[in-house]
Design a protein around this ligand. Structure first.
Ligand code: SF4
Length: 326
């Protein structure tokens, strides 16, 4: 349904040009959940904004295609993009309070969206639909709560309301950018469960972005690991968890705490921060933090490709596989 091919996005500053997303490709098939994982600053959110062409004024996609049902969104006029954003591809962010208008009731905000996409509906019918949507996202006492303002809800409830507003347009793809990052663990689980239910019920796909590999593994059919603007490994959750190939993926998995102290884990943990995109290391961009780096890594960029020892679904960008030195 969505095909991203060789997407490259840059940002211009007064003195520099920063490549935030560098030649990435992936597909989001119908009725699937595809996860994108990486640290802050890896380019995950820029990927989402590039798909919908919602970049800030100094950002630009310089290469690639974003094919939505065969149509390249990067080559589409703004008017055509406006009819796709929200209606066909929905987007939810980490902070629902930033997306909700504090001076309008939830009922106002929901009915405005409903009527925008169903102008034939009367106010009363739009309000009835708003109540149904709030009930669907598990807001108790939905009819009464339509009269409340965003500040009268908890953060978790605000995220449910944002999900209700987004699904009011019945999108076929939902891009969820860190939808649970600001929530408590139990609420996180409820929101992810809700997204899963809505995916099945509304027959939509989800492109789930998170820094948390555990969240992604539990909810996705396919996982993309991103580091400093590049996808460095991809595979099914089983590929990624049972047999992580890239040293970065291995370190991400090692960093997930295990509640059972009797299980001994490898303790190769990453040191340092992700380098600045202003100063991308030469060769393999992970070499400055990679415990397995060798001379070639500083000089030559690895190719992202299938490798013999893994399943057909898995790809990795690492010289260890090209040179069979694993
Ligand atoms: Fe590490 Fe080299 Fe592989 Fe990069 S190419 S991940 S530096 S071993």
């Amino acid at each position: 349904m969505l095909k991203v091919k060789n997407l490259t996005t840059i940002f211009k500053t007064d003195k520099n040009t920063v490549t935030a997303v560098d030649d990435i490709s992936f597909d989001v098939p119908e009725n699937s959940t595809i996860g994108l994982v990486g640290e802050s600053g890896s380019g995950k959110s820029v990927t989402a904004l590039s798909i919908l062409q919602l970049l800030s004024s100094n950002g630009k996609t310089t290469k690639g295609k974003v094919l939505w049902k065969g149509k390249d969104l990067l080559a589409s006029p703004e008017k055509s993009l406006q009819s796709i954003r929200g209606k066909e591809i929905g987007l939810i962010f980490q902070n629902p309070l930033a997306a909700l208008n504090p001076v309008f009731t939830i009922g106002n905000q929901l009915t405005e969206t409903i009527r925008l996409h169903n102008p034939e509906l009367s106010n009363l019918n739009a309000l009835e639909k708003a109540e149904i949507l709030l009930t669907e996202v598990n807001i108790p006492d939905a009819k009464k709560r339509l009269n409340d303002y965003p500040h009268q809800f908890s953060l978790g409830m605000c995220q449910r309301i944002m999900i209700a507003i987004t699904i009011a347009m019945n999108p076929k793809l939902l891009i969820a950018d860190e939808p649970t990052a600001s929530l408590d663990v139990t609420i996180q689980a409820q929101i992810l469960h809700l997204l899963n239910e809505l995916k099945v019920k509304n027959k939509m796909s989800i492109f789930l972005i998170s820094h948390d590999l555990g969240v992604i593994a539990q909810h996705c059919d396919y996982v993309l690991i991103m580091y400093l603007g590049k996808i460095v490994e991809s595979g099914t959750p089983i590929d990624i968890f049972k047999s992580p190939q890239h040293p970065y993926t291995q370190a991400l998995i090692n960093s997930i705490p295990n509640p059972d102290p009797s299980i001994k884990k490898e303790t190769t943990l990453l040191t340092g921060d992700i380098p600045s995109p202003l100063n991308i290391p030469t060769g393999c961009r992970f070499h400055t933090r990679c415990p397995k780096a060798f001379d070639t890594c500083k000089l030559k960029e690895p190719i992202f490709q299938n490798h013999l020892e893994s399943s057909k679904t898995s790809k990795v960008a690492c010289h260890l596989f090209e040179n069979n030195l694993k």
